[in-house]
Design a protein around this ligand. Structure first.
Ligand code: S3P
Length: 173
């Protein structure tokens, strides 16, 4: 933990279902740091759910808001654990802000594992398709290199419990 004192914040990145919110909340408790979910901050700003916003305004409009919120949060947060949206790494400016202003932890999972966790999910607009496994494989192919590019630490989230993953992350800080 000593090595992150002075770091402004820890950002968890990874695909939808990789456990960013659940692990982030627990990690925040363990470090005594605040937990911030960027998707919730975005919903506060747009005044509706992300799913509604996607349907009404489209993905590009969502990415604009996401970029503003991430720029604000990465420059203002201190001693916080931040769960980012899975697509936040798509824009170069977001990658730069995350890499330079936070300690980035990539929660890496296979598409099959993600599908198992998300099979009853209705909140994620990108997964409302006929073949969600194929969609997750496509998202993984595009984004895994981007998550790797900015990660300071990578943790495989296969079988371990949330508590075990949190202690692995803390050991690697
Ligand atoms: C998205 C992931 C979502 C949310 C939005 C877009 C994505 O966040 O930001 O639906 O592009 O993967 P989670 O990763 O928390 O599901």
């Amino acid at each position: 933990i000593a090595s992150v004192v002075g770091e402004p914040t820890i950002a968890l990145v990874g695909l939808p279902g990789s456990g960013k919110s659940a692990i982030g909340r627990r990690l925040g408790q363990q470090l005594g740091w605040r937990f911030v979910d960027t998707d919730h901050c975005i919903e506060d700003r747009i005044g509706c759910t992300i799913r509604e916003f996607f349907e009404r305004e489209g993905e590009d409009a969502f990415r604009e808001v996401e970029e503003q919120v991430l720029a604000d949060l990465t420059s203002s947060l201190r001693q916080s654990v931040m769960a980012t949206g899975g697509g936040s790494v798509l824009r170069a400016s977001n990658r730069q802000h995350l890499r330079e202003r936070t300690h980035v932890v990539y929660l890496r999972s296979s598409p099959e594992e993600l599908l198992r966790r998300l099979r009853h999910d209705t909140k994620r607009p990108l997964l409302q398709v006929a073949d969600p496994l194929q969609r997750l494989k496509d998202l993984h192919a595009v984004r895994d290199p981007l998550y790797r590019e900015i990660a300071h630490t990578t943790v495989d989230t296969g079988r371990p419990s949330i508590a075990m993953l949190v202690s692995t992350i803390v050991q690697q800080l």
